[in-house]
Design a protein around this ligand. Sequence first.
Ligand code: 3UK
Length: 548
Amino acid sequence: MTRPTDSSASIAPASAHTDHFARDHLPPPELWPELRFDLPELQYPPRLNCVAELLDGAADVDGRTAILGEHASWSYAALRERVDRIAHVLRGPMGLEAGNRVLLRGANNPMMAACILAVIKAGCIAVPTMPLLRARELSAIAGKSQINAVLCAESLRAELEAVDPPLPPAVRANTLWFGGESCQLEAMMAAQPARFEAVDTAADDVCLISFTSGTTGIPKGTMHFHRDVLAICDCFPRSVLRSRPSDVFIGTPPLAFTFGLGGLLLFPLRVGAAAVLLEKLTPETLLKAIEKYRATVCFTAPTFYRQMAQMAGDCDLASLLASVSAGEALPPATREAWRRATGLEMIDGIGATELLHIFISAAGDQVRAGATGKPVPGYQACILGQDGKPVGPGVIGRLAVKGPTGCRYLADARQRDYVLDGWNLTGDAYEMDADGYFYYRSRTDDMIISAGYNIAGPEVEDALLRHPAVAECGVIGRADEERGQIVEAHVVLKPEVAPSPQLAAQLQDFVKQQIAPYKYPRSIRFLKALPRTETGKLQRFKLRTENP
Ligand code: 3UK
């Protein structure tokens, strides 16, 4: 519950946490990015429980649907009751205190959503994990965030029990299973009161530790406050997406990925809309589900849109008003294919786990060809040159961002790499135009340097994707004695096309006709599929290392 701001608002309000682990492991203040609250809607009171804010007002609205799943449809009141009962289980029988960390595991479904919300409402810290994570990664995440308890879907039980090195005995003793045959958590909920008074947390108490999907290296835990959760709802969805109570949100990103947590749970709740949570979606089943649920807003990654564009003709997508693409660069060829198939102008948006959600984007007639967009109101962005100073239009440099959210790694030396002079450095090479539009070029460390030329892989990928034989592709720099690096394309062909040296030569010519010839791929390899993370990102390092 939030109290009116009082005269002591300028003094940092006391944490509600009795377990101070999170606060103790925040980076030192001088390593934080600058935080800016430049809009009226970003002025949050010093005490704030974001889940109380999202649920306790809306829950009184008669019968409105909050969450739909394969086997469930919950009104706001029904969702709130479940969240409250789970919060009682956490603080009662499980014996947790405010500030404890709860590891969460489950596919996208209504119970997983209720569990995340309950942990936060109970004053604890949610540590959601992606279903496909394997034993070693899970063990690292559990260790780094020093978890106190686990809520896990019964369907992922075997995997969790195989975690190696095993979870500490106290954590194993405090693990509850939901769904499946046993419905252990559900049975305990039934014995609890239907109302839970939200823990009166400080706006800057940590409520979420989200681990970066990380295409390389050891996972980094990013720490987010109650106020951050509301701030992302009051930025992109409000000014770019313009979501409304009548919206029905659907899509693929896992709730354990902040792209999904925001797009498929927090954003709909913030405006009193409905969220459809479905497991194991494919491009085909997502299209069917949009039709079935009359979804109005879709969140997924570029490769899903590319595949859906080819099948969209078989479905009635008339309900769809907005399609949001994030996670990796949206090739213009994919934007065009989706527009041809559906008549919709996609909303591209760049977000990051460190900043929780999207901070540069554009919608409708604000979309400019090839650009991600402009800073979302509430955020600022610029391009930094090699000397760390902002550069003007037309120069490629490092993308730097600041706004109401920003990077705070859990006990991680890499904090120094992400924050420079108050700016968050996302690791992306971008370029700005004279009108303030931002253009993605590549990841900073993926820029290909061949015979002295800088070549951005995604531009070559976009050219290849326009060839009718190409389903997907990934372009990397391969070490080369003569040129330093050469451009190498890894191409997945459409099912009806067979690979051949002739086709490779055709693809090379095709690229040369569209972009500067020096950028053409000197090497072409045909693959059955591209290596991707669970969040839909191409793992370029695997293309480099697994195909020597
Ligand atoms: C890349 C993009 C070009 C970019 C995310 C929306 O992807 C998300 O978070 P991650 O921490 O990765 C961040 C990095 O992914 N990227 C994301 N979107 C785009 N590149 N165009 C885009 N539209 O390299 C960025 O630095 O996994 C996305 C919302 C929440 C998220 N966490």
